[in-house]
Design a protein around this ligand. Structure first.
Ligand SMILES: Cc1ncc(COP(=O)(O)O)c(C=O)c1O
Length: 363
C-alpha cells in the first residue's frame, strides 16, 4: 500500500489493479477480470452486460444476500425465486426448469459458503433454453466444482472482498468474464461509459462517452491492499481449513445424535473454508443457542432472511412463492466465528460451549 501511496498514482486501473486482475486470470483461467468496488457493483455490471430490462425474468435463489436480486431489480427485471436444496442452502438445480418461461433471460446460482452449486446441471438447462448464467461467487474464492474454479463456469461471475470474506479489501469485488463477447463492453461500463481503457492501451487516440456505465473501479489503495492478501492466499486458506476441520471434528458427535446438521460438502465441490455453519432443529433452539453463546462471549450469527418474504419483494409482487427449504435455513442456520486470527484454542472453547448448550437443553 505504501508503494501505491508513494507513486502518487492512486486512482483506479493502475499497477496494482492490473497485478490483481492478471493474478486471477492466470491462476483461475478467466478470459478477463475487472476489479470493482464491491460484489454488488460486479453484479450490477453483470445485469448491464446481460442487457436485461422490464419484462425479463431472472431466476435467483431466495436464500441469498439482497445484492444478488437487487442488481437485476435495478434494471427493471422480475425476480423469480427458487428454493434451496435439502442437503445444503444452494439453489436446487432440479427445481429451476419449472420456473423457466419465454421471458426468462438469466439464472444466478449462488455458491453459498463457497460450496459449489451443481453447475453441470445448471449450465445444461441454461444452454438448452438459451439463457445466460451469472455465478454469484461472493463467498467462493479459491473453490472448485469438479476441478473447475468457481466463477469460471457461467458466462459471468461476481466475487466479494468485503471484510467478512477469505480475501479482503475492506470493500471490494471482482467481475469475472468467461465469454469474450462481453469484454469490450465491460471495460466501457467500468470506466463511466467511456472507452478510456482502449485509449490507455493506445488503441484509440482519444476517448469519449460511448455507452452507459458508472465508476465501478476501485482506487489503487484498495487494489494494493488486496494484492497483499493475494500474496498470502495459500497461508490464509491453510489456516481457515485447519479451523474448519477442527469445528467439523468437534461437532460431529452432536450431529451423530441428530441435534444439529453440520456443513455438507457434495462430492463435486471443494471446501474453501469460507464459513462453518450448523443447522439447528428449529428456530427456538437456534435462538437459544445464539443467546447462550452470547452469554459466553461468543458472537454467532444467523444469516439470510428469505428474500421472497422481504418487505420490498412483498410490496412489489402479488404472488409470493412457497419455498420451505429456504425458510428452514433462514430459521435454523447459525454461522460460527471464522476468521484468520481465530485460534484453535478458541475453536475448542466454542465447541465446548455448543456441547454444553445441548447437554443443558437435551438432558
Ligand atoms: C452471496 C452474496 N452476494 C453478494 C454479496 C454482496 O457483496 P459486497 O458486500 O461485496 O457487495 C454478498 C455479501 O456478503 C453475498 O454474500
Amino acid at each position: 500500500m505504501y508503494q501505491a501511496v508513494y507513486t502518487g498514482k492512486l486512482s483506479g486501473n493502475g499497477v496494482f489493479t492490473k497485478k490483481c486482475q492478471h493474478y486471477f486470470e492466470e491462476k483461475y483461467g478467466f478470459k478477463k477480470t475487472l476489479l470493482t468496488t464491491s460484489c454488488t457493483d460486479a453484479l450490477e455490471m453483470c445485469a448491464l452486460l446481460c442487457e436485461v430490462g422490464p419484462g425479463d425474468e431472472v431466476i435467483v435463489p431466495s436464500y441469498t444476500f439482497v445484492s444478488t436480486a437487487l442488481a437485476f431489480v435495478r434494471q427493471g427485471c422480475k425476480i423469480v425465486f427458487a428454493d434451496s436444496m435439502e442437503s445444503n442452502p444452494n439453489i436446487d438445480a432440479e427445481k429451476i426448469e419449472n420456473l423457466i418461461t419465454p421471458r426468462t433471460k438469466v439464472i444466478v446460482p449462488v455458491h453459498y459458503a463457497g460450496v459449489a452449486c451443481d453447475m453441470d446441471k445448471i449450465m445444461e438447462i441454461a444452454n438448452r433454453h438459451n439463457l445466460l448464467v451469472v455465478e454469484d461467487a461472493a463467498q467462493a474464492i479459491d473453490s472448485y466444482y469438479k476441478g473447475r474454479p468457481l466463477g469460471t463456469i457461467g458466462h459471468l461471475s461476481a466475487f466479494s472482498f468485503h471484510e467478512t470474506k477469505n480475501i479482503i479489501a475492506g470493500e471490494g469485488g471482482l467481475l469475472g468474464i468467461n465469454d469474450e463477447r462481453f469484454i469490450r463492453r465491460a471495460e466501457i461500463l467500468w470506466e463511466k461509459g467511456t472507452n478510456r481503457s482502449e485509449f490507455f492501451r493506445g488503441e484509440v487516440n482519444k476517448y469519449g462517452w460511448v455507452d452507459t456505465g458508472s465508476s465501478f473501479l476501485p482506487s489503487e489503495v484498495i487494489s494494493a491492499f488486496l494484492w497483499a492478501q493475494l500474496e498470502s492466499l495459500d497461508d490464509i486458506q491453510t489456516k481457515r481449513k485447519l479451523l474448519w476441520e477442527r469445528y467439523f471434528e468437534g461437532l460431529q458427535q452432536l450431529a451423530d445424535k441428530g441435534y444439529i446438521r453440520i456443513s455438507e460438502i457434495p462430492n463435486y465441490a471443494t471446501n474453501n473454508a469460507h464459513m462453518f455453519y450448523i443447522v439447528c432443529r428449529n428456530l427456538e433452539e437456534r435462538t437459544g443457542l445464539i443467546q447462550y453463546m452470547k452469554e459466553h462471549e461468543v458472537l454467532a450469527v444467523f444469516h439470510y432472511l428469505s428474500l421472497h418474504k422481504s418487505e420490498y419483494y412483498k410490496s412489489h409482487n402479488k404472488d409470493i412463492p412457497d419455498l420451505p427449504l429456504c425458510d428452514m435455513y433462514a430459521d435454523c442456520l447459525v454461522r460460527l466465528p471464522m476468521f484468520y486470527e481465530l485460534t484453535l484454542d478458541q475453536v475448542e472453547d466454542i465447541i465446548e460451549i455448543i456441547n454444553n448448550y445441548y447437554t443443558k437443553i437435551c438432558s
